[in-house]
Design a protein around this ligand. Structure first.
Ligand SMILES: Cc1ncc(COP(=O)(O)O)c(C=O)c1O
Length: 428
């Protein structure tokens, strides 16, 4: 039998050959070698309940046999051509996306990652409006490419020292910790008023789009109050500004609906999705209304966009989500997880602000004074990992425990996770 590779060996390779920006969770990181349903397995055969899904990618489970078979069948027939030749999976996927996307969003451009999708969405908005300005939200994350990073408000992910100065930030809608110091509902959406002021300052005639995650992911699972997106939609309509929803994390039933925007019945002009679309195969989509899409007529192609294998996987993933009713499952199990976290927070003052929708759930770890406690958060994550549970970490203060398990997770697993968290938080 081969000796399993050690974390030390891989960390030495990392130090020698990777750009240092590539970082990993944990002081003692395991080496993952296999995935099975809701579980990851390390090189020593230990099993972990994966409660982060590779950042909300493997929503239909690791190694989902239907998705893997669809990809392998396509891989055997035809692996790659680019869009200069006709291949069926791309058109079938675009047709399918038009049926699940909200409203009249029915024109798709394919690429390979969330960053690329947001970059293309902003390009499309500038083409459709003839304007160059963009409004984004504080604590947002839209990716690593130029526009996407320029519109990223989270300091940790805003690495570019020379971001585009056509982007302005409006305060994000986090009522539990309001960035404008107001309180909902008496504030009457003070954050939207700030956004309006931001638009007037820039001049609406200069603004192509507002880009936002309907529920911020890396910002710490920020769910806006009901009515917020309707107000933002009205602002966009008043000023003929396009609304781009970045649903790279939230699409594909993560929040209990195909798209998170459905919770508020607000339809954007452009939506982007990636991550769970291919359940681990790299495929991303920008979906726009026909009216907006018409502006992009000059040749546009992404070499790996609409790769037939990734599209076949995405078609199988959508079929699986639909047949297994993963949206419903996310809502049901998410409610159980939230309820358990609420109860735990009552007993443990260091756990607070339980929030989220569907199976996109978070809670903050704080110290005795209520301030962010990233050190304790890391200790809890490390203990959970040692006990066989992988949980995510987000938020500006890096103190937000983030739960985004595969949507196929069992109810008993949710119970085990809550017990493990209880033990990890209370162990000193
Ligand atoms: C909301 C959101 N948008 C965009 C991205 C960038 O996606 P990618 O890493 O596929 O480029 C991410 C990545 O985490 C994300 O969470």
């Amino acid at each position: 039998m081969n000796t399993p590779v050690s974390a030390e060996e891989l960390l030495a390779l990392k130090a020698a050959y990777l750009v240092p920006c590539v970082y990993h969770f944990y002081k003692r990181p395991p080496v993952m070698v296999a995935g099975e349903g809701a579980y990851l397995i390390d090189s020593e055969g230990r099993r972990y309940l994966d409660c982060y899904s590779g950042v909300t990618v493997t929503s239909a489970g690791h190694g989902n046999p239907e998705i893997v078979d669809a990809a392998i069948n396509q891989l055997r027939r035809l692996q790659h051509t680019t869009t200069i030749y006709l291949t069926e999976p791309m058109f079938r996927l675009a047709e399918r996306l038009a049926t699940i996307a909200p409203g009249s969003l029915d024109r798709t451009f394919f690429c390979a990652s969330g960053s690329e999708a947001n970059e293309a969405a902003i390009l499309l908005a500038t083409l459709a409006t003839g304007r160059r300005g963009v409004i984004a939200l504080t604590d947002s994350l839209h990716g690593r490419t130029k526009w996407a990073m320029s519109a990223t408000g989270l300091p940790m992910w805003r690495t570019d020292a020379f971001p585009l100065d056509d982007v302005r930030f409006a305060p994000h809608p986090f009522c539990a910790c309001c960035p404008v110091g107001a309180s909902f509902p008496t504030c009457d959406y003070a954050c939207v008023a700030r956004m309006d002021a931001c638009i007037r300052e820039m001049g609406p005639e200069n603004i192509a789009a507002i880009i936002a995650e309907p529920i911020q992911g890396n910002g710490g699972i920020i769910v806006p109050p009901d009515g917020y997106w309707r107000r933002v939609r009205e602002l966009c309509d008043r000023h003929a500004i396009l609304l781009i929803f970045d649903e790279v994390q939230t699409a594909m039933n993560r929040t209990g609906r195909w798209f998170a925007s459905e919770h508020w019945d607000v339809v954007p002009d452009i939506v982007t999705m990636a991550k769970a679309l291919g359940n681990g195969f790299p495929v991303a989509a920008v979906i726009a209304t026909s009216a907006v899409a018409q502006a992009y007529t000059r040749p546009g192609a992404a070499t790996f966009g609409a790769n037939p294998v990734a599209c076949a996987a995405a078609l199988a993933a959508i079929a699986y989500h639909e047949r297994e009713r993963l949206g419903e499952r996310a809502r049901r199990l998410g409610a159980i997880l939230r309820d358990g976290l609420d109860q735990l927070a009552l007993r443990c003052p260091c756990l607070t602000r339980v929030r989220g929708k569907g199976l996109m759930i978070a809670a903050d770890v704080v110290d005795e004074s209520g301030a962010a406690d990233p050190v304790r958060c890391d200790a809890v994550l490390e203990r959970l990992k040692d006990d066989g549970f992988l949980v995510g970490k987000t938020g500006r203060g890096r103190n937000t425990l983030t739960f985004m398990p595969p949507l196929i997770i069992e109810e008993a697993d949710v119970g085990r996770l809550l017990d493990a968290l209880d033990a990890a938080i209370n162990r000193r």
